[in-house]
Design a protein. Structure first.
Length: 134
C-alpha cells in the first residue's frame, strides 16, 4: 500500500507568536526544558526537581532572554516551578491533563491565577491555588 505524500505547496508558514517563549515538560524526578534554538548552543536541557535545580533552570531562562514559559504536567509537580516563575515575573501557562483521582472537580478555565493562560488551553485544579478560582 502506497502512502500519500504530504503536499505543502501553497500553504503559508506559521508566524512566531511568542519569540521569547520556553517550554518545560514537568516530571516527578526531572524537568525537560527547551528554548528557541537561536538562544544557546544547547537549546534542550534537563534539570532536577530540587529547589536549587529549579533556580538554575530559571536562571538559564533569564540568560536566554525568555519572558514566557509554557508547561505540561500530568500531576502536581508543576506547582513549585510555577510559583518560582511567577515570583520572578515570567508570564506562564500550564497545560495539564485533568486526572479525576487528583482533581475530582477539575474544570477547564481560561484564566489561571496569573491571568496568562491565553498561550495554551489550560485545565487546572482549583484547590492548588487556594481559594476557588473560576
Amino acid at each position: 500500500m502506497r502512502r500519500n505524500k504530504s503536499n505543502n505547496q501553497g500553504r503559508g508558514t506559521m508566524s512566531v507568536v511568542h519569540p521569547n517563549a520556553a517550554a518545560i515538560d514537568v516530571g516527578a524526578t526531572m524537568h525537560m526544558a527547551a528554548v528557541n534554538a537561536d538562544r544557546t548552543p544547547e537549546p534542550v536541557r534537563s534539570f532536577g526537581t530540587f529547589t536549587t535545580d529549579l533556580h538554575r533552570l530559571i536562571d538559564w531562562f533569564v540568560e536566554c532572554g525568555v519572558d514566557t514559559v509554557v508547561m505540561e504536567s500530568t500531576s502536581v509537580y508543576w506547582i513549585q516551578i510555577f510559583e518560582l516563575l511567577d515570583a520572578r515575573g515570567f508570564a506562564g501557562s500550564l497545560s495539564m491533563r485533568a486526572m479525576p483521582n487528583m482533581c475530582p472537580d477539575a474544570r477547564p478555565t481560561s484564566v489561571m491565577r496569573s491571568g496568562c493562560s491565553d498561550f495554551t488551553p489550560s485545565v487546572c485544579c482549583a484547590q492548588a491555588f487556594g481559594p476557588r478560582v473560576r
